[in-house]
Design a binder for this molecule. Structure first.
Ligand SMILES: NC(=O)C1=CN([C@@H]2O[C@H](COP(=O)(O)OP(=O)(O)OC[C@H]3O[C@@H](n4cnc5c(N)ncnc54)[C@H](OP(=O)(O)O)[C@@H]3O)[C@@H](O)[C@H]2O)C=CC1
Ligand SMILES: CC(C)CCC[C@@H](C)[C@H]1CC[C@H]2C3=C(CC[C@]12C)[C@@]1(C)CCC(=O)C[C@@H]1CC3
Length: 345
């Protein structure tokens, strides 16, 4: 049987490019597109089947930012597949971004310019708010929903005699100083995106420590700067059109400007071809594109403290318990209400 690969956020950008690349790599793949918008997912499936006729492409409804949706998607996966070879944790959001234009101009004339273009350090802030589960939206989508999905699918991914892989789409914007262990959801800061991506780096390290002996391996990737819906949302579209030639020029000097989703998916695709035992759990695998347009993958060490990563993992397990308690209380209330309705009718 072909490998089972699930990709979250598969209907656009890097996720979609990855799906294209994986189907080209392995035609026997059983690919599952996990998306929140089923209309867009259907269109994506149709497009993939046009270029890869005969491929096996399933759809899974998953809003990774909703606890209820994650639990029901996980039930569907468990009923449908006997195994999962790869789970790409790719869906992500950056709501209400603001670019600090002054900092951008200051940066342009400083020695830090390459680092600024690579990481957006000091340039970007976002506004976040709580969702209907009471979790901060960015944390819930970029991190916690994926964590809950992994926890739900662990029985399928930790089977004797088999290895399963988790591959996160992190970012060069992930920064230790944006994350606080006392505020893991980033309720009080202005960089929830950076915090959530740093959180995924730490979680990946902790998962390797706790799950490698059960055959589950986790890796972190950085796609570079890619022009997708997410990045187009950062500045007005006329501005992007104006600076696009400059972006292609900068790319000659900055290998992190991968720019196209195909290039950005390089490390995600490369990891698909590697043996998990050969990978470094402390490395982030970067998609890079040289000035001449050649794609390659390069591991770079992550700035992570083992103790904080362990504490973070424990905090996530605690939060998971609290959320599950809330869900079962909500279900019990719903059942009681249904019974009541049945009695009065
Ligand atoms: N573009 C870049 O430069 C970089 C991107 N990244 C990361 O790459 C990943 C992919 O983003 P990218 O391709 O750039 O942007 P896109 O906006 O094109 O893709 C994001 C995908 O995530 C999906 N998504 C968002 N929220 C949810 C949700 N609640 N449930 C399910 N799916 C959801 C979107 O679905 P929908 O179409 O329904 O919105 C979409 O398919 C993200 O994690 C992002 O943080 C990292 C570094 C750089
Ligand atoms: C080319 C310039 C004259 C102007 C572009 C400035 C900024 C809009 C961009 C510079 C670095 C970029 C960047 C991202 C977004 C756009 C920039 C801030 C990301 C934050 C996008 C999402 C990520 O995960 C990482 C990217 C790092 C670099």
């Amino acid at each position: 049987m072909g490998k089972v690969v699930i990709v979250t956020g598969a209907n656009s950008g890097i996720g979609l490019a990855l799906c294209e690349r994986l189907l080209t790599e392995d035609a026997r793949l059983r690919l599952c597109l996990a998306c929140r918008n089923m209309q867009r997912a259907e269109a994506t499936r149709a497009a993939l089947l046009t270029s890869h006729s005969g491929a096996s492409v399933d759809l899974l409804h998953l809003d990774v930012g909703s606890v209820r949706s994650v639990l029901s998607a996980a039930r569907e996966v468990k009923a449908k597949y006997g195994r999962i070879d790869f789970l790409y944790l790719n869906a992500g959001i950056m709501p209400n971004p603001t670019v600090d234009i002054k900092a951008l101009f200051r940066g342009l004339f400083s020695r830090n310019v390459i680092n600024m273009f690579a990481t957006a350090e000091g340039l970007l802030t976002q506004q976040d708010s709580p969702n209907s589960d009471g979790l901060q939206e960015v944390f819930a989508t970029n991190l916690f929903g994926h964590f809950l999905l992994i926890r739900e699918l662990e029985p399928l991914m930790c089977q004797p005699g088999r290895t399963s892989r988790l591959i996160w789409t992190s970012s060069s914007n992930a920064r230790r100083s944006a994350f606080s262990i006392d505020d893991i959801q980033h309720r009080h800061g202005k960089e929830p995106y950076s915090s959530s991506k740093y959180a995924s780096d730490m979680l990946s390290l902790a998962l390797n420590k706790h799950k490698n002996h059960q055959g589950l391996f986790s890796s972190v990737t950085c796609p570079g700067l890619v022009m997708t819906n997410l990045t187009f949302g950062i500045l007005p579209s006329f501005f992007w059109t104006l600076i696009m030639p400059i972006m292609w020029l900068i790319r000659i000097f900055t290998n992190t400007f991968t720019l196209t989703p195909y290039n950005g998916a390089e490390a995600l695709h490369w990891l698909f071809l590697q043996k998990p035992e050969s990978l470094d759990p402390r490395a982030k695998y970067h998609s890079l594109t040289s000035g001449s347009g050649t794609n390659y993958t390069e591991p770079r060490q992550m700035d992570i403290d083992d103790e904080i990563s362990e504490t973070f993992y424990s905090k996530l397990l605690e939060l998971e318990k609290a959320i599950r308690r809330k869900v079962s209380e909500r279900n019990a209330e719903n059942k009681a209400y249904q019974r009541y309705l049945g009695e009065v009718e």
